[in-house]
Design a protein. Structure first.
Length: 262
C-alpha cells in the first residue's frame, strides 16, 4: 500500500567531497522513488470514522486487539529525485530508495496510477473475502462483506483484510480473539486459495508498525531478510506463506506456542 510524497526533500550534501566526482550528475533526475513509513489502519476498527470491514448476513463477534495493515509514502512517478536524495536515502533508516518501476510498474500519469492502485485495492478486497470464506469453509454469497479504506490503494492489504474477516466471524476458533488482544501489524497480498504474496517497502512498513504500537509483524516469507534488516527493537517478525499459516501463527502466539521466525 502506498501514498505519495508531494516532492523529494531538498538536501544539502555539499560537505561530502565524493559528490564532486559525479559533477553535473548530482543535478540530474534519477529513476528512483523515495519511500517513508506511511499510515497504518486497524482493519478490525474504524478508519476516518467508518468501519473498515462491515459484514452483513451473518453474526459477527466483538473483537479486541488490532490487525494493522501498513503503508508506505512515496514520491510521485514524475518527481525529480536527484543524486543527493538517493545518497541521503541510502544512509537513513527512516527512508528507502526504490527503483521507480518497482513502485509504479503500470506507468502512466499520476491520475492513471492512482486509479490503477484503487482498482488493485478493490480487486484485493474481493479476493480477501473469497480467501477468508474458503478458509472458514463458507460458500461464496452466504454473507456480504464491504471494505472501506478511503483512498489507500494497492493490493498489499489483502492478507490483513482476510484475517480481519476471519476474526470478526470466527476469532481463533475457540472463543478467543485471533489477535490474542495484541496489536498485530503486517503486509502481504492474498490469492483466493490463500497464498500470501510479496509486496514492496517492507522495511519502511515495519517502522510504521512499530511507531503505531504493534508488537508483531507478519511478513511474506520471501521478504524476511528485508524485514529483519532494519527491524525496530521490540518488534517480532513472523514469516507467512499462506492464510492458514498466518492464522496458525497467531493462534500459537496467543497460546505461547512455537512460532516461525526469519
Amino acid at each position: 500500500m502506498l501514498t505519495r510524497l508531494t516532492r523529494p526533500r531538498a538536501l544539502a550534501l555539499c560537505a561530502l567531497p565524493v559528490l564532486a566526482l559525479f559533477g553535473t550528475a548530482a543535478f540530474a533526475p534519477l529513476p528512483f522513488t523515495l519511500a517513508e513509513p506511511g499510515v497504518t489502519a486497524n482493519v478490525l476498527g474504524e478508519d476516518r470514522g467508518k468501519p473498515v470491514i462491515t459484514i452483513t448476513g451473518a453474526p459477527t463477534r466483538p473483537t479486541e486487539g488490532q490487525l494493522r495493515m501498513t503503508t508506505i509514502v512515496a514520491t510521485g512517478p514524475k518527481a525529480d529525485v536527484g543524486l543527493g536524495d538517493v545518497i541521503d536515502g541510502w544512509f537513513r533508516t527512516d527512508r528507502a530508495v526504490m527503483p521507480r518501476d518497482a513502485v509504479y510498474p503500470s506507468g502512466g500519469s499520476e491520475k492513471e496510477i492512482e486509479q490503477h492502485n484503487l482498482d488493485d485495492m478493490r480487486q484485493s478486497q474481493n479476493v480477501a473475502v473469497d480467501a477468508a470464506l474458503d478458509y472458514l469453509d463458507r460458500k461464496p454469497g452466504s454473507l456480504r462483506v464491504s471494505v472501506d479504506l478511503g483512498d489507500i490503494g494497492g493490493p498489499s492489504a489483502g492478507l490483513f483484510l482476510a484475517l480481519g474477516i476471519i476474526d470478526k466471524l470466527d476469532g481463533d476458533g475457540s472463543g478467543g480473539d485471533l489477535t490474542g488482544g495484541r496489536s498485530i501489524a503486517g503486509t502481504g497480498t492474498i490469492s483466493a486459495d490463500g497464498k500470501v504474496g510479496a509486496v514492496g517497502g517492507v522495511s519502511m512498513k515495519t517502522q510504521a508498525a512499530h511507531r503505531d504500537g504493534a508488537s508483531v509483524f507478519l511478513v511474506p516469507k520471501a521478504e524476511c531478510r528485508e524485514a529483519q534488516a532494519e527491524r525496530p527493537a521490540g518488534l517480532r517478525i513472523v514469516p507467512v506463506t499462506t492464510l492458514k499459516g498466518a492464522v496458525d501463527s497467531l493462534r500459537s502466539l496467543e497460546r505461547g506456542g512455537k512460532v516461525p521466525g526469519c
